[in-house]
Structure formats: structure tokens, C-alpha cells
Design a protein around this ligand. Structure first.
Ligand code: CP
Length: 318
């Protein structure tokens, strides 16, 4: 895999290979010295045009654990605020000769554009409502670590699917690994079109007890004109909140974060032993180590001889 832009770039075997590599890296995470020299001398740029806590911190930690040099750039406080375009920002950063660029953008398709402008490997850390492939991979890793396999698993993805890049990536990844996926929520947030991704569509949580895993999604209030999607948050919560009344004692609970506590999830289920939310966050580091290793493993390691260093990579012209 040269770039990771979408789960569509992967098949079952390549997902299994990334998860196996992540499991190897997890054994290092338990050691007193958690660093490996694998990406020594490589430069990873984290380019975040949208807010993030989990993805940004775990990509940074993953690159550092593999001994890469890391440059973090967020749009706030950068020349993006002065109007610099993505293309010009990438042209500027390319002067440093990055080996990989990790990008989060509010615009669907921005990582694919970036891949055409740089010789660095590009990893999509979430683009608009399109894809969040490393989130789906870490969710697969979390489930595999807990249950051994996703084959035959019944997974319900509940809530605001309409605005969710996580949902699209997870439906594809879970299905590739053999799970049966149901999506549930009000028709305004879970359109029947999701059936085209291979999911069963439900507009109530009445049958949710049949699920092995309930994967709740955040109500993306910043992306919606609330009145046009749900009558009120109180109404939404009354019908679709995952709480201890709806979640059975043997069902596992997941959420990509950040959580709107008291809206899509009640406080008691977030803090219950059924919740895998903290395990998902921990999995983010080893899975992103595996992804960075995977996209950089095929490219030549930098020479120790300063005369043989690659020249700064200029962006391709259109
Ligand atoms: N799940 C996720 O992408 O979280 P962040 O927005 O905090 O990175």
C-alpha cells in the first residue's frame, strides 16, 4: 500500500496483515523502552485542517515510537489562516522532503488531491463525510483483540450515519472481515442508501438486542442544521440513545469519540465494563504504527551518506 486514502484501497488480506503488524507492535508497547528504529531518518508530517484529539495524538506517538522525525502542523496558527491554499502549503512542506503526510481535512477528497501533488506517501486521517480508514482499522483491531475474529459477528452502527466518515469506513472494513452490519437511526440520519454498502437499514432500536456489538456514532451537531434532521435532541435521545435500558449485559459498546455524553450515549454505559472506548483509543497507536510502517516500508530508506540524500521533493505540476 503506497497511500491509504480509503478502506476501498484494501482487501481482507491487507487488512489482516496490518492488524497482525499492529499486534506485533503492541508487544513492544508493553516494554519499558517502547521505541523501535524502523523509521529512523524518515520525516512524517501531520497536517490537520480540522480539530482532532485522538487521531492527531496517536499518529504523532506512532511516528515517534518508530523513531521518525515528526512535524505537526494545524491550520490554526499557520499560514492557512492567511489564505494559503492546500496546494501551496504542500509545495512549501515538500521542501523538507517528507516521506509521509498524514492529512485531516473537512473536505472530502482532499487526501486524494494531495496524493497527486507530492511524492510522499499520503494517509487519510479523516476527510469530510467521506472516509476515516485508520479509525475503521483500529476498530477492527479492538474487536479482533477482544473476540478473536469478526467472522459472523452481528454489529449495529447506531446514530448519525449521514454525516459520518467513520460509518462508511467501518461498514466496509467490518464487512470485509466477515461481520454482518446493521445501521440504525432516524430516516433523516440513516438514509436507505446505506443498503448499497451492504448494510441492513433499520429505523428503530427495537431489535438492537440481537447485536453482539453496538457501535454508537456522535451526533455531528456542527455539521447539521438541527431542526432539519431531528425534531429536538430530547426527542432523538428518547428514541435513539444507547443506554442501560437498551444495551444488554453481554453486548459490547464502541464509539469513535468524541462522545456527546448524555446524547447518543448515557453516562452509565460509557463507564460500564462493556465499553471498549478506551481500548479503541489505545489501539489507535499500534494500528497507526502499522499503517505508517506499511506505507513507508516499500520506499527506499534514506542513505547515511549525506551526498546521497534525496533532493527536496517538489510537487508535481498539473
Ligand atoms: N475518532 C476521531 O477521529 O477522534 P478525533 O476527532 O479526536 O481525532
Amino acid at each position: 500500500v503506497r497511500n491509504l486514502l480509503s478502506i476501498e484501497d484494501l482487501d481482507r488480506d491487507s487488512i489482516e496483515a496490518i492488524l497482525a503488524l499492529a499486534a506485533n507492535f503492541a508487544t513492544v508497547a508493553d516494554r519499558p523502552i517502547k521505541k523501535l528504529p524502523s523509521l529512523r531518518g524518515r520525516l512524517v508530517i501531520n497536517l490537520f485542517y480540522e480539530a482532532s484529539t485522538r487521531t492527531r495524538s496517536s499518529f504523532e506517538l506512532a511516528a515517534k515510537r518508530l523513531s521518525a522525525d515528526v512535524l505537526n502542523l494545524v491550520s490554526s496558527g499557520s499560514s492557512v489562516e492567511k489564505g494559503e491554499s492546500l496546494r501551496d502549503t504542500v509545495a512549501t512542506l515538500s521542501a523538507y522532503g517528507p516521506d509521509a503526510i498524514v492529512i485531516r481535512s473537512p473536505y472530502a477528497g482532499a487526501p486524494a488531491l494531495l496524493a497527486g501533488w507530492t511524492h510522499a506517501a499520503v494517509v487519510n486521517a479523516g476527510d469530510g463525510k467521506h472516509q476515516h480508514p485508520t479509525q475503521a482499522l483500529l476498530d477492527c483491531y479492538t474487536l479482533k483483540s477482544r473476540l478473536g475474529s469478526l467472522d459472523g459477528l452481528n454489529i449495529w452502527i447506531v446514530g448519525d450515519l449521514l454525516h459520518s466518515r467513520v460509518a462508511r469506513s467501518c461498514i466496509q472494513a467490518f464487512t470485509l472481515l466477515g461481520a454482518k452490519v446493521t445501521v440504525a437511526g432516524p430516516p433523516t440520519l440513516v438514509p436507505d442508501a446505506f443498503a448499497a454498502l451492504g448494510a441492513t437499514v433499520r429505523h428503530s432500536l427495537d431489535e438492537m438486542r440481537e447485536a453482539d456489538v453496538v457501535y454508537a456514532l456522535r451526533m455531528q451537531l456542527e455539521r447539521m442544521d438541527q431542526d432539519s434532521h431531528v425534531p429536538s435532541l430530547r426527542e432523538y435521545t428518547a428514541h435513539f440513545q444507547v443506554n442501560s435500558r437498551r444495551l444488554g449485559p453481554r453486548q459490547l459498546l464502541m464509539h469513535p469519540g468524541p462522545v456527546n455524553r448524555g446524547i447518543e450515549l448515557s453516562g452509565e454505559v460509557i463507564d460500564s465494563p462493556q465499553s471498549l472506548i478506551t481500548e479503541q483509543v489505545a489501539a489507535g497507536v499500534v494500528v497507526r504504527m502499522a499503517v505508517l510502517y506499511e506505507v513507508l516500508a516499500g520506499s527506499a530508506a534514506p542513505s547515511e551518506d549525506p551526498d546521497k540524500q534525496p533532493r527536496a521533493l517538489a510537487p508535481q505540476t498539473a
